[in-house]
Write a protein that binds this ligand. Structure first.
Ligand code: B16
Ligand code: MG
Length: 217
């Protein structure tokens, strides 16, 4: 029986992928090559460092350690300029419906994200207080599909991994949830999230009755 819920951030709670994309695109253009939205798909759920490695490979750019570190900072500074302007209007549709329902029923919730900017983003959109625990890119050493982020989140909310649900929009995140022994729910493209135990296009399709069936509520 499900006793805890873990949410990914980017692509599940807010659509920050578009801001990551704009910041990576700007860097690619500065380095003399193009970067498109299709290529950006591979960046979802992936750490900042790994994204830069992929970007440089795409552009055939060789970097010194100093350049690599500089571009990591530059991309993040550009990204933070978009985050600065975020507000409650950027919460994806019907996410509050599920958060409020779980909160009202005292079901613990955790955030499990690859982002090192998770806390400021949750604060900007006014959702930080819903989460008993935030595990993000600052707390883990192994990236999704490794289950570390979700196992740590389960431990911190005091729920057995097999009693946890994970909402994820990235294939690597679904694989991480499955290897953690958790129930995986894919949010987004069902043709990409084929490993998920349940699939929904968005939270508008998820009813509180569905949540009730999973839990003891
Ligand atoms: P940052 P998630 C991930 O968030 C994004 O999907 C991914 O595109 C990004 O590179 C990663 O966070 C790191 O983000 O640069 O803010 O540390 O989907 O795991 O919530
Ligand atoms: Mg995501």
């Amino acid at each position: 029986m499900i006793k805890g819920f873990i949410f990914d951030l980017d692509g599940v709670i807010v659509d920050t992928a578009k801001y990551h994309y704009l910041a990576w695109k700007k860097l690619a253009n500065e380095l003399g090559f193009q970067f498109n939205e299709e290529q950006n798909e591979a960046f979802k759920g992936v750490s900042r460092k790994r994204c830069l490695e992929i970007l440089l490979d795409l552009g055939g750019v060789k970097a010194t350690q100093e350049q690599f570190d500089h571009w990591m900072i530059e991309k993040n500074e550009d990204y933070l300029r978009y985050i600065e302007k975020m507000d409650v209007s950027e919460i994806l549709p019907d996410v509050p419906k599920i958060l409020d329902f779980l909160k009202a029923n005292h079901i613990p919730m955790a955030l499990g994200s690859a982002s090192k900017n998770a806390i400021p983003i949750l604060r900007k959109v006014g959702l930080l207080s819903y989460f008993k625990v935030v595990v993000d890119g600052n707390n883990v050493t192994k990236a999704k599909p490794d289950p570390e982020v979700f196992l740590l989140a389960a431990k911190d909310i005091g729920v057995d991994p097999t009693d946890c649900v994970v909402f994820e929009d990235a294939l690597a995140g679904i694989q991480a949830a499955n290897s953690a022994g958790m129930t995986s729910i894919g949010i987004g493209d069902t043709t990409i999230l084929t490993d998920a135990q349940y699939n929904f296009n968005n939270f508008t399709e998820i009813s509180t009755d569905f949540i009730k069936q999973l839990t003891t509520i």
